[in-house]
Design a protein around this ligand. Structure first.
Ligand code: 5GP
Ligand code: ZN
Length: 136
């Protein structure tokens, strides 16, 4: 996609700190990292999000993210690694070329904030949501 910043990084038109490169997937350091080693993993081909990427490529991105995480753990020994992949602007996606964030967590200030998850739902509401979303 000609006006996509991540397509330009994949093609080399925009420089990046490359961490990994194969025929399908590319990974580089985030320009505005949460922490040392914050890496973005993405398909070379342009897909916007989880809804349009083929399933096998999506799975492969996570396989690469797992290997990158293991390497970060070995080299930098973070306390943990937060892996996230945002879909849509309301979900925090600012670049519309699908990517996985691999974020090493070294201290309390970098921690994922679990207190954001405070929604209260009744038993009936939980049962309805469960019935609505059940696939198998
Ligand atoms: P999103 O918010 O879409 O999940 O994540 C996009 C990420 O891409 C952000 O963390 C941002 O810092 C990073 N980013 C945006 N533009 C560039 C760039 O030109 N180079 C690099 N290396 N990272 C970028
Ligand atoms: Zn793109």
């Amino acid at each position: 996609m000609s006006d996509c910043i991540f397509c330009k990084i994949v093609s080399g038109d925009i420089p990046s700190y490359k961490i990994y490169d194969d025929d399908r997937v590319f990974a580089f350091l985030d320009i505005k990292p949460l922490s040392k080693g914050h890496t973005l993993v993405l398909p070379k081909e342009h897909f916007e999000n989880v809804f349009d990427i083929p399933e096998d490529l999506y799975a492969y991105m996570f396989e690469v993210a797992k290997n990158i995480s293991a390497n970060i753990k070995e080299k930098y020994q973070p306390e943990g690694i937060f892996i996230n992949q945002n879909n849509g602007e309301m979900a925090g996606q600012s670049v519309l070329h699908i990517h996985i964030h691999v974020k090493p967590i070294y201290n309390e200030s970098q921690k994922h904030k679990e207190e954001d998850k405070g929604m209260q739902l009744s038993t009936e509401e939980m049962e309805k949501i469960c019935n609505d979303l059940k696939i198998a």
